[in-house]
Design a binder for this molecule. Structure first.
Ligand code: NAD
Ligand code: ZN
Ligand code: ZN
Length: 376
């Protein structure tokens, strides 16, 4: 069939909206009509050329929602008409990683996914001249129609709006999941969130959901104060305005109920800046503080701290896709949204058509959007 897609032809160039060919689903694969897709920082990272593993030409996008149109042989878990969210972290329930129950990082199709190919080593997309176009993160939601492996689809309830739940395909699950699945924050905890963008705000609402007492947001941009408060932040700190080092400042701020040591129970980096990652670790509580790295650092960047920080009980952890097992956990997060436990609507600041998709990247660069969503 033919479909319309925004193609990343070359690193550093705007996406080109064009008609492309899409071959039908092979065994174990599913054809999905994408109804809406968010534009995430990771798409920008790849498009800019900064991602050393970025491949071109490709159809980017990994934060979508849509409807199953057709299924290949052997597919049993979804059928035409089902509403689905594509998963860049699939869940096969059979590989050693899935069976370990210790990680959400399913490894069953990792090698081909990283090469921009379907599990059989080929692409379903091509130009009208017949030249192959690569898939991206196993999703390619910047196409109106796409083909995915069955194990990379979460079936969700049909009454949830596509233009909101697409955000659960990455940003919401990453932020909320980091709190619920990775940190396992308990009621009454103290927390610091560095970077109040599309990820950090979802960490904040995850902390509110988990019942944290003190939710401190840290950002260099004062306009983020109102955004954080909107989702449950209790204190805002702009490191450029406090007149002292951020780490002792936060350690002092978190002294409470006779605790003279200070430090937060949980801290989260949502900036991707390795200096901030160090600050986040070091302002977590001596003896038990956990610091969760969510931000993706530039290629080649390294983190550092004094080992004594870990000897004295702090824990440094990372999380991908919020530790969520996609087919199991994503439908639950959609339910939480529909039940009003988490919010998405105010974070979708811009709705665009596919033809306007490059504007979404401009808004991101200008810091004017939390999330731009393309509606097909
Ligand atoms: N681990 C995962 O699975 C996963 C998934 C999606 C995104 N990410 C990563 O999460 C990070 C955040 O993404 P986003 O979309 O929220 O980005 P964003 O640009 O919308 O937000 C980043 C925020 O950090 C603030 N900031 C920048 N430098 C700072 C500093 N030194 N101190 C305090 N605040 C600072 C900015 O003002 C901005 O508000 C990115 O690195 C992204 O690649 C990770
Ligand atoms: Zn993303
Ligand atoms: Zn698996």
């Amino acid at each position: 069939m033919r479909t319309r897609a925004a193609v990343a032809v070359q690193a550093g160039k705007p996406l080109e909206v064009m008609e492309v060919n899409l071959a039908g689903p092979r065994p174990g694969e599913v054809l999905v009509e994408i109804k809406a897709t968010g534009i995430c920082h990771t798409d920008e990272f790849t498009l800019s050329g900064a991602d050393p593993e970025g491949l071109f030409p490709a159809i980017l996008g990994h934060e979508g929602a849509g409807v199953v149109l057709d299924i290949g042989a052997g597919v049993t878990s979804v059928k035409p008409g089902d509403h689905v969210i594509p998963l860049y972290t699939p869940e096969c329930r059979e590989c050693p990683s899935c069976l370990s129950r210790k990680t959400n990082l399913c490894t069953s199709i990792r090698a081909t996914q990283g090469q921009g190919l379907m599990p059989d080593g080929t692409s379903r997309f091509s130009t009208l001249d017949g030249d192959p176009i690569l898939h991206y993160m196993g999703c390619s939601t910047f196409a109106n129609h796409t083909v995915l492996p069955e194990i990379a689809l979460a079936k969700v309830r049909p009454d949830a709006p596509f233009d909101k739940i697409c955000y659960i395909g990455c940003g919401v699950t990453t932020g909320v999941g980091a709190v619920i699945h990775t940190a396992k924050v308990e009621i009454g905890a103290t927390a610091v969130v560095f970077g109040l963008g599309g990820i950090g705000l979802n960490v904040i609402q995850g902390l509110r959901l988990a019942g944290a007492d003190m939710i401190i947001g840290v950002d260099l941009n004062n306009s983020k104060k109102a955004w954080g408060e909107r989702f449950g932040m209790t204190h805002f700190v702009n490191p450029a305005e406090i007149g002292e080092d951020i780490v002792p400042y936060l350690v002092n701020l978190t002294k409470r109920r006779g605790d003279t040591i200070g430090g937060a129970d949980y801290t989260f980096d949502c900036t991707g800046n390795v200096k901030v990652m160090r600050q986040a670790l070091e302002c977590s509580h001596r003896g038990w503080g956990q610091s969760i790295v969510i931000g993706v650092a530039p290629a080649g960047a390294e983190i550092s701290t004094r080992p004594f920080q870990l000897v004295t009980g702090r824990v440094w952890k990372g999380t991908a896709f919020g530790g969520a097992r996609g087919r199991t956990d994503v439908p639950k997060i959609v339910d939480w949204y529909m039940e009003g436990k988490i919010e998405i609507d105010p974070m979708i600041t811009h709705l665009l058509t596919l033809d306007e998709i490059n504007k979404g990247f401009d808004l991101m660069h200008a810091g004017e959007s939390i999330r731009s969503v393309v509606v097909y």
